[in-house]
Every structure is written in C-alpha cells, then in structure tokens.
Design a protein around this ligand. Structure first.
Ligand SMILES: Cc1ncc(COP(=O)(O)O)c(C=O)c1O
Length: 388
C-alpha cells in the first residue's frame, strides 16, 4: 500500500488540534494526547459521502428499517465467515455502553452481579455500578488471556448468591488487545451454562485485528446461542460522535431481546445509522488501509520502546489500536501515566482505571501517525529522565 494511502498518516498535528472532541480538548495545547479511543484519521470516504448525501437531502429525521443490521450481517459473513447474524434478532441502540446497560436489564435483576475480566475498559465498572449491579472481577492471567480457573471461581461465587448473574465479556479485550480463540469462547459458553451465567459480549473492537489474527463472534461458538452481543462501526471507523450501535441476540436469547423497550431504539441518530451502515457496507478498503497502518504502528512502537524505554514491557496486540504498556519496572509507582503527563506532557490512559491488574500500566492509543507515536515515546523517555 502506498504510504500516503494510510489514513493514519493523513492529518497533521495542526489539523488535529482544530478538533473539538474529547481526545483533543481535555488537556492543554502543550500536551500530546494518545489516550481516549478516538482515531486521528479523516472520515472514510464512503461514510463522508453517505452523510453528505443525507445532509443534501435533508434526510435528518427518525430512523427506519434494518439497513445497519444487514450491513453488519454482510460484514460478518465476509470477514469472519459467520452466517448466523439474523437481522430479525437485532435491535438498534444508541451506543455500545448504553446497549450493554439495556442487555443487563433484560437478563438480570437489580443488584445481580456482573463478572468482568480485569484489567478492563473502565466504563464497565461505571455503567454497571451505576445500574446498581456489583462488579465481580475475574482477573486475566499474566499472559492477558482468560484464566479459566479464576473465571470458574467467579462464576461459582456469583451463582451461589445470585439468580441471574451475568458475564460481561470484552472481545477482543480492551486494554490488552487479546483475541479470544474459538476454543476459549467455547469453554466460556460451557462454563456459563454450567453455572447459569448469561453472557453479554462487547464486540466493538471486532473489525480491528492485526495481520494473522482472526476474530470469532461469541454467538458463533457452540453453547453461545443464549448470548447477547453489542457491535458497532464506531471504533473501527471512528464514528463515536455519530451515535448508533446494534444489539444482537443468539437464537436462544431472541425472546430476551424482544422485551427491549421500544424507546431504547429511539436513542440512536438516523444520520449515525446512515454513517455506520455505509462504513460496514462500503468501508472495507479503508479499514484494510487502517489495519495495515496499525500493523506498522505496533512494530514502530515496539522498536521505539526497545531503543528509548527498554524498561517498558510491550507485547504487540492481536487486536484493537491500543497498546498496553507494563511500566512496573520504571519505578514510577502505580500511576506512571500521571508522571508521563506531568513531566513529559503526553496524555496516556492510566492503568489504575482498568481495575485489578492495571496498577503500573498505561494504555497508549496507536491510531495516530508514526510521527506522533515517535514524539510520544520521546516525551515519555524525557519524563523518565526528569523523574530520575
Ligand atoms: C470495549 C469498549 N466498549 C465500548 C466502548 C464505547 O463504545 P460506545 O461509544 O459505542 O458506547 C469502547 C470505547 O472505546 C470500548 O473500548
């Protein structure tokens, strides 16, 4: 691929600083932001075209139809070889996190526990907690994979005290980028059935896999038929500002999804749905260009860290555009992100927000240009020098 075709290399820092979104407006101008999961890319051309056409037509009313689900079903067939996404077992929801909240309400009662694999995306704690459901951690193993003894222990514990426990699976996993294998997901399904735990899978990062890795939808594995999944084009095509996601039920969860209150599907924006649909239907080439740029960026980060910050441990992930950096040997305490921000003027996500297993780690967002990744590592190294 010609380098200029890589969407991650198209925008200058000056252009990015004109953005008004969270990534670019939370910190002062002298801070380089590589934290929240927004991508430093121009909008994919098919998405921009679809939105522009909608605006030209004044097509800004309420949503109708199943185009989004049909586009996702086509994408699932093509990319994951999965034919099981039935449009009639889907519902549009405003975004993935609000979709998760609604799925939890469908399959569990108030105060029923929710098992998560820490370290995990911080809103899992906030949204689940705000719903009054206690979060039970089943930490990942040191290799970043599901530890089945720990998971079974958590399932046994919640099953002993609750009627409708839930497991909120993050697949691929944020922040480690772990891609769960078909075997692992089949084991999850078996364990969940054994202990009467319902599985809600957050599969928002599914399209973003590294070369050689394959995403497996939870609903496609044996035993996963009573699962619920949340998917969206928002991470892979940077559409978080164009709210729309899909809840998908396995065949044995269709009755649960059918109880979703109608007003929930009133939340997503019609223009958002148009954008997500165009991304999934026509944005494959653009996605491939991003995936190839991300492969380069993972390697670049590994090289830069080896050269400038050898004390940081980093294993390039199989999925997501996030890098989970083990900074425990740097002697910066539990929250190295605070030191990198204060002394290096680079904003990373603090590992402590990700629950047990996050202390001493930072998460770095690789969905940017090689220049900005290089500058971020330069600033991190300068912060270490200043701290020592
Ligand atoms: C695992 C995971 N789930 C959900 C979200 C947020 O999705 P949404 O904006 O659709 O709620 C993110 C955003 O980074 C994420 O990483």
């Amino acid at each position: 691929m010609p380098r200029e075709a890589d969407p991650l290399r198209r925008l200058s820092l000056e252009q990015l600083r004109q953005r008004t979104s969270m990534k670019w407006r939370t910190y002062p101008e002298d801070v380089l932001p590589l934290w929240v999961a927004e991508m430093d890319v121009p909008l994919a051309e098919p998405v921009a075209r679809a939105i522009t056409e909608a605006v030209a037509l004044g097509d800004t009313g309420y949503p109708a139809g199943t185009a989004y689900a049909e586009a996702l079903a086509g994408f699932a067939r093509e990319r994951w070889g999965w034919d099981g996404l039935a449009v009639e077992r889907t519902a549009i929801v405003p975004d993935v996190m609000l979709g998760i909240v609604e799925m939890l309400k469908l399959v569990s009662g108030p105060s029923e526990p929710v098992v998560v694999n820490s370290p995990v995306y911080p809103p899992f704690y906030q949204f689940v907690g705000n719903l009054g459901r206690p979060v039970v951690e089943a930490p990942l193993g040191a290799d970043g994979r599901i530890d089945f003894a720990v998971l079974e222990g958590a399932f046994r514990e919640v099953a002993a005290h609750a009627n409708q426990p839930v497991y909120l699976l993050c697949s691929p996993h944020n922040p480690t980028g772990t891609v769960h294998t078909a075997d692992e997901l089949t084991r999850v399904a078996l364990l969940a059935r054994t202990y009467g735990v319902r599985v809600v899978a957050d599969e928002i990062h599914a399209p973003i896999v590294a070369a050689g890795a394959s995403f497996v939808p939870y609903l496609s594995v044996p035993g996963g038929e009573n699962g619920l999944s949340l998917m969206s084009a928002s991470k892979a095509w940077n559409l978080a500002g164009l709210k729309a996601a899909l809840a998908i039920a396995g065949p044995d969860a269709a009755d649960d999804l059918a109880r979703l209150p109608e007003e929930v599907s009133h939340g997503p924006s019609h223009v958002g749905i148009i954008a997500h649909t165009a991304a999934l239907r026509d944005g494959g080439d653009w996605l491939d260009a991003v995936l190839s740029g991300l492969d380069d960026n993972r390697q670049l980060l590994a090289d830069l860290l080896a050269e400038h910050l050898p004390g940081v441990r980093y294993a390039p992930a199989q999925a997501t555009y996030l890098a989970w950096l083990d900074c425990r040997d740097l002697g910066l305490g539990d929250d190295p992100a605070a030191v990198f921000l204060e002394r290096g003027r680079v904003a990373l996500s603090s590992g402590t927000d990700f629950g047990t297993g996050g202390a001493g780690f930072v998460r770095l967002n690789l969905a940017t240009s090689p220049e900005l990744i290089t500058e971020a590592v330069r600033r991190m190294a300068a912060a270490i020098r200043a701290a020592s």
